[in-house]
Design a protein around this ligand. Structure first.
Ligand SMILES: Cc1cc2nc3c(=O)[nH]c(=O)nc-3n(C[C@H](O)[C@H](O)[C@H](O)COP(=O)(O)O)c2cc1C
Length: 207
């Protein structure tokens, strides 16, 4: 089993990386394979809503990481997205990528997912809300921890002093590993993910 971790920070080894690494360590200790990729330093264009991805399940712009990350997600069993907080939101490049990735891809349903954010001080819960919405609309199973999934600091050394933040990351890793094993055990006994109804798509309700 494998979990894909996406670091949406431009800092390859910054605070977000430090938080994600703490989750990754616990996943690995529980025999869950991991792959961490960094996308926050890439110039990633936004979605243009062309709908070209409907049939291909790939973004029409094959100009950056988006289609590559979709391919990685297709073979992953779980997902963790980390971001620094920028003006009380996740990183803009990350959001551009997620809009395109979650609109084009068809590889998310029934996989566990979690968002992790890092801030110097504030804007964490609203940033978590932004990221968690991608999971809920794609039938992912949001994994929680013992506090909201956040760490605080301006540099990795600060995060390493955020003992509760790191504890929250470790507990998130344990919960993610556990749910992955539950899903695997369920599948082995014949419990399949439910098929979703899809025929209704109303833009607004009429009488
Ligand atoms: C453009 C920009 C905006 C930021 N906005 C916030 C903010 O709204 N709230 C906050 O607490 N920290 C803010 N920060 C600080 C970062 O969120 C914080 O230092 C974070 O831990 C950096 O993570 P990283 O090392 O993974 O990049 C901002 C930093 C930048 C560069």
């Amino acid at each position: 089993m494998k979990v894909l971790l996406i670091n949406g920070s431009p800092n390859a080894k910054g605070c977000t990386y430090t938080a994600l690494s703490e989750v990754e360590k616990i996943l690995n200790e529980n025999n869950i394979e991991t792959e961490m990729i960094q996308i926050g330093n890439k110039a990633i264009r936004g979605c243009i809503g062309c709908g070209g991805c409907k049939s291909t399940k790939r973004c029409v712009f094959d100009d950056d990481l988006v289609n590559e990350v979709i391919a990685k997600m297709e073979s992953a069993d779980g997902l963790i997205i980390g971001s620094p907080v920028y003006f009380a939101s996740p990183n803009g490049n990350l959001m551009s990528m997620l809009d395109r990735m979650f609109y084009a891809g068809d590889c998310f349903a029934h996989k566990p997912a979690a968002a992790v954010v890092s801030a110097r001080r504030a804007g964490t819960t609203v940033s978590l809300d932004d990221l968690n919405k991608y999971f809920s609309i794609r039938q992912m199973l949001t994994v929680g921890s013992t506090y909201w999934n956040m760490v605080h600091g301006s540099k990795p050394e600060d995060v390493l002093c955020d003992e509760e933040g790191l504890q929250t990351m470790r507990n998130l890793g344990r919960n993610m590993a556990w749910i992955l094993k539950c899903i695997e055990a369920g599948a082995a006994t014949g419990i399949k993910a439910p098929a979703a109804e899809r025929e209704k798509w109303t833009n607004f309700i009429r009488n």
